[in-house]
Design a protein around this ligand. Structure first.
Ligand SMILES: O=C(O)CCC(=O)C(=O)O
Ligand SMILES: [Fe+2]
Length: 373
């Protein structure tokens, strides 16, 4: 079994076509990138006029009991929320953005020198989920699991250190923040440090794993017919996303209409992933999301993909299970789940489900019935 996140796909190689169009000079969207029209369902309500139809924004400097209450509501009803006053320095966010833009502005041939290997996780390339779709996505990505040095050196043989230092510092900040968010989320479910042995001494999640995913969405001549990143849930416990000031992220509630997550300068977005869905026995469902593109400007997003130590078995927490709430999922390690996701994509969660939903009610939160794309 892979012991490190960087080895997670050794048994699941994906051979993707990395010869994509040069986005910067494309005057139109080629047929291979043309998706069925994306209807813009966003209404004024999506921009905060109606509290119940906009993604919650939580100020982490509010009193802790209030924060936990807001998190519980956001996790139960949305699976996503934005956070402000999170403590990640603004200048670090700016540096990450500058370095990310520097990377994606390199010529395609240069970026391809650091291409992700078919059985690897780190490096440059199109989204791994591309293999599940007949059409290509209007985006490119760069993943960092472990040290970025090997790949960054291929991009900038003389000048890779700054990139690596910034990404390393950001990864450290993200790991601390993700641990803090885990306790806020778990605490709101009545779970404390004694209930989660694998969180390690003082519940610090020292051995937890994570990766940085830089996503680049070039401006697109026909954004309604292109897809930045197709609908998916993350295979994480949680994901912390920085989208800065350019919108593009959309989420659904229970497979309903797409809601745009409005950019808030300096805020971070927190998504619930499939492993927290399992750990919480479905109380905190993972959120189906996608990224759309726009005509005017390039968009960069940086996702921190956070999961448990690779060997830890994740299963519904015993405190959340009783006669009326039987365990809904079997236990899986992150490594095993990534393999399942690589094979079954959006049906992965239902493939580890133990029992059918009670009363025969369709569990829309399993996403297997949600039309993707
Ligand atoms: O770019 C975005 O807004 C979404 C990125 C995302 O979903 C991911 O990297 O998993
Ligand atoms: Fe995602």
């Amino acid at each position: 079994m892979p012991a490190r996140l960087s080895e997670a796909f050794i048994n699941h190689p994906v051979h993707l076509n990395q010869n994509h169009v040069d986005f910067n000079s494309a005057k139109e969207v080629p047929d291979s990138y043309t998706w069925p029209p994306i209807h813009d369902d966003s209404s004024p309500a999506d921009y905060g006029y109606d509290v119940d139809s906009s993604v919650p924004v939580i100020d982490l400097s509010d009193p802790i009991s209030s924060v936990k209450g807001q998190i519980s509501h956001a996790c139960e009803s949305w699976g996503v929320f934005q956070i402000t006053n999170h403590g990640v320095p603004t200048d670090l966010l700016e540096k990450v953005q500058t370095e990310g833009k520097r990377l994606f502005s390199l010529p395609l041939q240069q970026k391809l020198k650091a291409a992700r290997a078919p059985d690897g996780i780190s490096g440059y390339g199109v989204a791994r989920i591309s293999s599940f779709f007949p059409k290509l996505m209007w985006s490119e990505g760069f993943t960092i699991a472990g040290s970025a040095v090997d790949h960054a050196r291929k991009l900038w043989p003389q000048d890779y250190i700054n990139f690596c230092e910034v990404m390393e510092e950001y990864e450290k900040e993200m790991k601390l923040l993700a641990g803090r968010l885990m306790w806020l989320m778990l605490g709101s479910l009545g779970i404390n440090k004694e209930d989660l042995q694998w969180a390690g001494p003082e519940g610090k999640f020292k051995d937890s794993c994570g990766a940085l995913q830089l996503n680049s969405y070039p401006a697109c001549p026909d954004p309604d017919r292109a897809m930045g990143l197709a609908a998916h849930t993350d295979s994480t416990l949680l994901t912390v996303l920085y989208q800065n000031s350019t919108s593009g992220l959309q989420v659904t509630r229970d497979g309903g209409k797409w809601v745009t997550v409005p950019p808030i300068s300096g805020a971070l977005i927190v998504n619930i992933g499939d492993l927290l869905h399992i750990l919480s026995n479905g109380r905190y469902p993972s959120v189906l999301h996608r990224a759309v593109v726009n005509r005017k400007c390039h968009r960069l997003s940086v996702a921190y993909l956070y999961g448990p130590p690779m060997h830890v078995q994740i299963s519904p927490l015993s405190k959340l299970v009783n006669l009326n709430n039987p365990p809904l999922y079997r236990s899986v390690t992150w490594s095993e789940y990534l393999g399942t996701k690589a094979k079954h994509f959006n049906k992965a969660l239902s493939s580890v489900r133990l029992c059918a939903p009670l009363n025969g009610i369709i569990d829309v939160k399993d996403h297997n019935r949600v039309k993707v794309g």
